[in-house]
Design a protein around this ligand. Sequence first.
Ligand SMILES: Nc1ncnc2c1ncn2[C@@H]1O[C@H](COP(=O)(O)OP(=O)(O)OP(=O)(O)O)[C@@H](O)[C@H]1O
Ligand SMILES: [Mg+2]
Length: 305
Amino acid sequence: MNPSQPPLVICLGNVVADHVFRVDEVPQPPAKAQARSYSLNIGGMAANAAIAVRRLGGRAAFWGRVGDDQNAEMLKAGLRSEEIDLTGLHEVPGARSPTSAVLVDRYGERAIMGFRGENLGTDPSWLPLDMLKGAGAFLCDPRWPEGAQVALQAAEAQDIPTVLDGERSETRLLLDLVPRVRYAIFSVPGLTNYGSGARAPDALRRAVAEGVTRMAAVTRGEKSTLWLMRGETEIREMPIFRIDARDTTGAGDVFHGAFALGMAEGMPVEDALRLGTAAGALRAREGATAHRKETESFIAENTLR
Ligand SMILES: Nc1ncnc2c1ncn2[C@@H]1O[C@H](COP(=O)(O)OP(=O)(O)OP(=O)(O)O)[C@@H](O)[C@H]1O
Ligand SMILES: [Mg+2]
């Protein structure tokens, strides 16, 4: 790593063209309703995390796959405008990019219909693994397990902190990925999938008992984050910042990006969790990812509860 530059966080996984409609309420079919507004945004856990890393002052690279459709053009342009390194973005001829319809109601709650893409392939052999040499942290989500597996192996061999966004996914995929990462941070449905329905504390205990995992956590939206360090028995709690949520889409993704950047900056786990908590709260309050200065002042001016 070059100490004169901000640390690089490589984010591997999903990038999605999110078609977002703000509505009064999500209608039950059969229905036809008018949206109050519409926007086309970059979504996907790893892509949102990469944007958060950049805005919070790190360098970011995105590794993943898109198709050769209109959505791919929008996604590439958007990531480029955030100054994210796209060496590891593979454009697959004839494939279709992941896309989703997001309905956000007046309380900020969402209904998401996702399309995982088509013919994106799974082969990770083209990944620019050499770039890991210059990285301060590596983050992945469970949407491209073949890519995550090879990259996590290379990252661990080079002693780079690794973070998993343990989102909703097939149990077998999470069981495979969790022991390969140092920091496994789940969403509530993700932890339920991982633990096959076990209580959160039991599932977290299981996660830190295997592989290279040093810490496991679960973010719980407007409730505190539970976390557990390997070698400790007591589950700890990171309180949240109270805010009026406008749109919680991507709050978890941003949390993970901020946490990974904290790791790349050499922060203690608790400080990185606090940075993630603040970045997630601001994202939920503003519906957009905040920059570092705003996030630091938010932490200084607000108390966790
Ligand atoms: N309503 C809220 N109030 C305060 N903080 C919030 C709120 N919603 C989200 N956050 C912050 O963002 C973090 C991640 O949110 P959440 O647990 O909902 O992620 P998620 O379930 O992975 O959702 P997604 O990935 O779709 O954004 C929370 O731990 C919290 O710090
Ligand atoms: Mg999430």
